[in-house]
Design a protein around this ligand. Structure first.
Ligand code: PLP
Ligand code: TYF
Length: 395
């Protein structure tokens, strides 16, 4: 049966972390996979999560099945976190999914079901799994210009020029905030232009919100998306609890559908549940129960928000320390862009050769393409990283 199969290519991100684990050097740095680590180098279980888990342990009376859409109270609480008081809430409904990855796949499946010739446009560059997920769902993938390697910021003119050519057959995948892998986010003005174009030309916005709270704040990070949501007839969202709740392995996410009418959204939801049924059927409950408990309890929610603020501020602190250290090392402002980037990642402009040298000579592991995970860097490792970067990137 399987004799004609050859082994799959390695996961480009996870394989870097595995290689780092096998590296015997004491001062190696794993800046590959996108997980948050604290100053001790640990990816912690949040205290708010511990409290919710304790409550769950003491009160949960059944492990019976929940349903194809998961927990509806989780779905409602997550919609509120994502949309706030946004007017599109009246037509937005959701399905609990195994991570945002599960949401991306189910939403891709339902797009393919509705329109097999739909084309998904994604940013050049984008999250390493976006294209494989969309292609496996049978969708055609294309790219709009996004990252400008010169300025290290978004090439909004180029992006909007491409989007201006799109129409009803097209889906535009946008990162809600904290762009992976570049760290370069859209301006509010760009969100406004995209909204106008979606309305005038009829393409469907599809937002991937994997890092809400890691950029400028929980509300701030949703502002551009909410502007769009209020004004376009239809949109889709894949949202993740992996990073902002630290629930990575619990596989907790949400697929949101907002169509012209609630009735139409309900129809799409039923088709998404059908796709789930023919795959994993029901999503895992533990992470969603934790999130529901936190979001439904005002005091616990406030406490969780302070924990997210601490994570965000640590990342911002690391960004500014690295900028300072690079100014000292290079005597230039060449790396100042790192402080303007948002969220966990930055593309620092290292060539394939330089990424290899960082790995071999210094034990510094970046993802191919030169993505660095600032959220995995300790303040105390900044001087070592800065000297490695300046040595490798100066030559
Ligand atoms: N979307 C983006 C942009 C991501 O960076 C990630 C990575 O974790 C995901 C989706 C997948 O997240 P999850 O762990 O919720 O499946
Ligand atoms: O981009 C990242 O590092 C995160 C984590 O197959 C991740 O999104 C990495 C690889 C992968 C799934 C998630």
């Amino acid at each position: 049966m399987f004799s004609n199969l050859i082994p799959a290519a390695k996961d480009p991100i996870l394989s870097q972390s595995l290689a780092c684990q096998q590296d015997a050097r004491a001062n190696k740095l794993d800046l590959g996979v996108g997980v948050y680590r604290n100053e001790q180098g640990v990816t912690p279980v949040l205290q708010s999560v511990k409290r919710a888990e304790e409550r769950l342990l003491n009160t949960q009376e059944s492990k019976g099945y929940v349903g194809l859409a998961g927990c509806e109270r989780f779905n409602s609480a997550m919609i509120e976190l994502l949309l706030g008081e946004n007017s599109s809430r009246s037509r937005a409904i959701a399905v609990q999914t195994p991570g945002a990855s599960g949401a991306l796949r189910l939403l891709a499946d339902v797009i393919a079901m509705a329109n097999p010739s739909a084309k998904i446009w994604m940013s050049d560059l984008s999250y390493a799994n976006h294209a494989p997920i969309m292609k496996t769902a049978g969708l055609e993938v294309a790219y709009y210009p996004y990252f400008d390697p010169q300025t290290k910021m978004v090439n909004e003119t180029g992006m909007l020029a491409t989007l201006s050519t799109l129409g009803k057959n097209d889906v535009v995948l946008l990162h809600g905030c904290c762009h992976n892998p570049t760290g370069a986010d859209l301006s509010y003005r760009a969100w406004q232009s995209i909204t106008e174009m979606a309305n005038a030309q009829g393409f469907l916005p599809f937002i991937d919100m994997a890092y809400q709270g890691f950029g400028d704040g929980m509300e701030e990070d949703a502002a551009g998306f909410r502007y769009l949501a209020e004004r376009v007839p239809s949109y889709l969202v894949a949202s993740s609890c992996s990073k902002n709740f630290g629930l990575y392995r619990e596989r907790t996410g949400l697929a949101v559908i907002a169509s012209d009418t609630l009735q139409q959204s309900e129809c799409i939801k039923s088709r998404i549940m059908e796709c789930a049924r023919s795959s994993y059927t029901m999503p895992p409950d533990h992470g969603a129960s934790i999130v529901r408990i936190i979001l439904e309890d005002q005091a616990l929610k406030e406490f969780w928000l302070t924990e997210v603020t601490q994570m965000r501020q640590r990342i911002q602190g690391v960004r500014s320390s690295l900028v300072d250290a690079m100014q000292i090392q290079t005597g230039t402002h060449q790396f100042d862009f790192i402080a303007q980037h948002k969220g966990m990642f930055s593309i620092i402009g290292a060539s394939a050769d330089q990424v290899m040298r960082l790995r071999e000579q210094f034990g510094v592991y970046l993802v191919d393409g030169g993505r660095i995970n600032l959220a995995g860097l300790k303040e105390s490792d900044v001087p070592f990283l800065a000297s490695a970067l300046s040595e490798v990137m100066a030559s």
